[in-house]
Ligand binder design. Sequence first.
Ligand SMILES: [Zn+2]
Length: 308
Amino acid sequence: MTPTLAPALLRAALAATERGWPVFPLRPGDKRPAGHPERNCPRSGRCGGGHRTPEQRATLDAESINVCWQAAPYNVGIATGPANLVVVDLDIPKDDTDIAPPEWADMADGLDVFAALCERAGARLPTETYTVRTRRGGQHLYFTAPAEKRLRSTADVLGWKVDTRAWGGYVVAVGSVVGGAPYEIIHDAPPAPLPAWLGDLLTPQPAPAPMPLAELSTRMRNATSYSTAALRGELEKVQSAREGGRNRAVYFAAYALARMIRNGDLTEAAVTGELMSAAQSIGLSAGECRTAIRSGLTRGGALEASAA
Ligand SMILES: [Zn+2]
């Protein structure tokens, strides 16, 4: 690492905070957060009260930033959620084999897809906003987050090569250098408010209402009362699972109920349907539910491993 890079990165970190964007260190020359991931957490030092994520560690405090960036030439991460930002990440294909799916046929990259989305919404491409060129030639369009909702980062929600970074995510700040290539400002305007149509597209649809548990026994006439009670018990566990343990709760429920499917007391369709409904009602996505249920059923011997 060249000796001149460290002061430049310290300036980059402080410049972000001057715009009100909390920062945290990324590994030198890299876009991954510095420090340990949650699975390797020592539960001591700054994590003595439980693991602290980069989003929780991000700071505006000039003194701690000075100390941190004098220690090593860290790249700069901006925690988009606390920064009150929604950043639209327009990526480009990785190589010749990375081509648009049929839905976005003829589109060359994320910018093309985003332009098509704007056209569909009857809106202009919102270019009058703070814009960064990423090291591979993509673009980050910065917008201020709407006050009335807490948007989370998305991947593949808007379209091919169009992701967003908000709560739960971060962006690599201008001045950072990844693989020898810099992130640079290409339009130095203040971030514009996120267009309302875009905010609507990024708002998660409410999950279907959970099935009232009292209705279960009438819905499942063919099930024995013992298996219905077991199913009800597992659904209650899923519905009371705490954030961070929800996937696991669904997995274990499926695992526990697999035995009843093997014995013919419950059908796979009934178990999957009820667990999907319960799991989505506590905020898991359909994809997450399906994966957890299939893993649990497979592990419990109710599905062939090859089908998982
Ligand atoms: Zn930790």
